[in-house]
Write a protein that binds this ligand. Structure first.
Ligand code: IPE
Ligand code: IPE
Ligand code: MG
Length: 233
């Protein structure tokens, strides 16, 4: 596999799916699956650092995930808050800048504050930007962006101007989108940003994702021919 395609890969976005099934298969509560999913996040960041990927985004909680039981939702929130607080991975040592996309308003104050604190404390890191999509939905993001535009006195707007109102304004569009667990759908993730992304749907459940799985994804990506509406030169 030639390494050159890595120069063309700035941003990998991942729909981490299959935590619940991973746990259920083992007769364990769903939240054990979410906990195991955190290890897969660490392995994936490590692998992306190794291959010098500059942006990595994880879909962690969707605007639709509020439909789940309170126990599961609170479990996910505690996991995230404690993880950011304890910082066992040590984002600063690894040069990871942590960011979020999504509307944080409905989250518990302590989780919100911890996330903003982590973002501030890691903001100068340059090796990789790791973004967590939290209470994120592509449709919700667009509506919030439209409402921002409506507050200005603009009569018309180009897409490039509109983009600056999206949560993702600090991110390039994803080059590669991976959704684990064999589901072939986007579930409201980065709908506008994915217009020309390469999509990859491996069967592996998220907690089992690792460097080997990432390499498989990179290999698939390296064989894709991106044309962006043009023709092969
Ligand atoms: C993805 O795993 C993580 C979140 C949505 C938080 P799931 O919890 O959706 O796992 P499955 O799809 O039920 O296996
Ligand atoms: C998408 O997974 C959301 C996240 C990974 C956070 P879901 O498990 O919520 O999606 P559906 O319900 O299968 O479409
Ligand atoms: Mg799921």
């Amino acid at each position: 596999m030639s390494k050159n395609y890595l120069n063309l890969l700035d941003h990998i976005a991942i729909i981490m799916d299959g935590n619940g099934r991973w746990a259920t298969k083992r007769g364990l509560p769903r939240n054990v699956g979410h906990k195991a999913g955190v290890k897969a996040i660490e392995k994936t960041i490590d692998a992306c650092l190794k291959y010098k990927i500059k942006y990595l985004t994880f879909f962690a909680f969707s605007t639709e995930n509020w439909k789940r039981d309170e126990k599961e939702i609170n479990g996910i929130f505690s996991l995230l808050r404690d993880y950011l607080h304890d910082n066992p991975y040590n984002f600063n040592e690894k040069g990871v800048s942590v960011k979020h996309i999504g509307d944080l308003n409905p989250f518990p104050e302590d989780l919100k504050n911890q996330l903003l604190k982590t973002e501030k404390e890691t903001s100068k890191n340059k090796n990789i930007t790791v973004t967590f999509a939290l209470n994120y939905g592509g449709r919700d993001e667009v509506v919030r962006a439209i409402n921002k535009v409506l507050k200005s006195d603009k009569k018309g707007i180009t897409f490039d101007e509109f983009k600056k109102n999206l949560d993702t304004k600090f991110l390039p569009d994803p080059d590669l989108v991976i959704r684990t667990s064999g589901e072939n759908r986007l579930s409201n993730f980065m709908l506008l940003q994915m217009a020309y992304s390469e999509l990859y749907f491996p069967k592996v459940l998220w907690p089992d994702f690792n460097e080997k799985e990432l390499l498989k994804a990179l290999k698939v990506f390296s064989k894709r021919e991106r044309r962006f509406g043009g023709i092969k030169k």
